[in-house]
Write a protein that binds this ligand. Structure first.
Ligand SMILES: N[C@@H](CCC(=O)N[C@@H](CS)C(=O)NCC(=O)O)C(=O)O
Length: 216
């Protein structure tokens, strides 16, 4: 049985949970609390699996340990290709990946817990400076994604056409996170519409933070 080391609010873990649900793959959920006791991600046992001390980590049924959400999703896609999280044509696959990477590389790493903790503990940034930092990187990223989605003919019910793809799988957790941090989506009507459509799907709903075993 697949094991997923996850934190309910971790947006990178949320991506993987969506894919596991889309592909109907059963798995054991192991909660890694990112705050309790200074953070369970730093425990020696967890670091043996994931030396970066980040969630998620997936242990495949054959024991293979895989870190990094997008590498895990690639692995799940290659081992369980149906339903696919990518379109068929190479150019379309690249387009979907480019939206996913705008979130996973340009927004998420700058707003990760350890970056925000560094701002607070080392840079001595005040709470409102930290919030402004968070909002700044979300705004830059969402402005670009909204402009793309609002004008590209490939946009449909979802980021690409009528089926959810890797782009939606990255977008929904980032929107969840942004809303939790008090960012309004008024300037992002296309993102908000696609987010609502994706969240209405069973696989996205099952993966939602409040439905995880470690949610409080
Ligand atoms: N690029 C990594 C990011 C993983 C990541 O940053 N995970 C966050 C939660 S979303 C984490 O574990 N943060 C713990 C920390 O910052 O100490 C991935 O996609 O898996």
């Amino acid at each position: 049985m697949i094991k997923l080391y996850s934190y309910f609010r971790s947006s990178a873990s949320y991506r993987v949970r969506i894919v596991l649900a889309m592909k109907s793959l059963p798995y054991e959920y192991i909660g890694i609390h990112l705050l309790k006791g200074g953070g369970e991600q730093f425990s020696p046992e967890y670091r043996k699996l994931n030396p970066s001390a980040l969630t998620p980590t997936l242990v495949a049924s054959d024991g293979a340990v895989i870190t990094q959400s997008l590498a895990i999703i690639d692995y799940l896609e290659e081992t369980h290709p149906n339903p696919s999280v990518l379109p068929v044509a190479a150019a379309d696959r690249a387009y979907v990946r480019s939206i996913a990477l705008q979130i996973a590389c340009e927004i998420h790493p700058l707003n990760n817990l350890r970056v925000l903790s560094y701002l607070k503990d080392v840079v001595n940034a005040a709470e409102d400076t930290k919030s402004a930092w968070y909002a700044h990187w979300v705004k830059l990223g969402f402005d670009a994604i909204e402009a793309t989605l609002a004008s590209d003919p490939r946009t449909g019910t979802f980021c690409f056409g009528e089926h959810p793809t890797l782009a939606d799988i990255c977008l929904v957790p980032q929107v969840f996170n942004a809303k939790r941090m008090g960012i309004a989506l008024d300037a992002y009507p296309t993102i908000a519409r696609i987010n609502d459509a994706a969240c209405a799907l069973e696989a996205f709903s099952k993966a939602e933070p409040s439905r995880q075993p470690d949610a409080f």
